[in-house]
Ligand binder design. Sequence first.
Ligand code: GRF
Length: 203
Amino acid sequence: TSIAVMASGRGTNLKVILDAVKAGDCPVDVSLVIADKGDAEALNIARIAGVEHVVHVNPKDYSGREQFDAECADLLDKHGCQWIVLAGYMRILSSAFVRRFRGRIINIHPSILPAFAGAKAVEDALLYGVKVSGCTVHLVDEVLDGGAILAQAIVPVFDDDTRDTLHARIQIEEHKIYPATLKRMVEEGFSIEGRRVIWAGKQ
Ligand code: GRF
């Protein structure tokens, strides 16, 4: 199964996915990595791991989100990517992009959705004063951080937490559930009933 990873930042989730693939723990082939930022560490991680196609698509070269997304979409199709894995990808996808790859885009978000959607999830959870938080792997639809939930993991929130300490604790869980969920998607498969993901059961 050929997948693409789209990232904007440090790329630690990309790294653990590539490590899992290499270790034989995740039966996918990361054939394409796209970053929208030229200095994204994710690009280096992909190159070092030997990903075949590593591309910086610069939003400045396009007249708007639709054109930018159309370029990314063409790349994804050209390389036959079955799944599109967002890993710290900080751009909101256009609805045309979401429609084109409906049910094939997944994201990881640093909160227990539906609480704290949006770009400041860790900070918002801290400010709200919740005592547990965590991360969510979910399908992407037109609603920001709103698609069906594939997996979640929780962590405690401590009184002396800062955004960075809480985020670091959440990322430890992200790094476990993202490769594990990808593996399960590919090996086991699922269907959707309403909002619920029904795993197919081991074949
Ligand atoms: C993660 O916390 C993820 O939940 C959020 O962005 C962050 C990406 O981290 N969507 P990294 O770039 O994979 O380290």
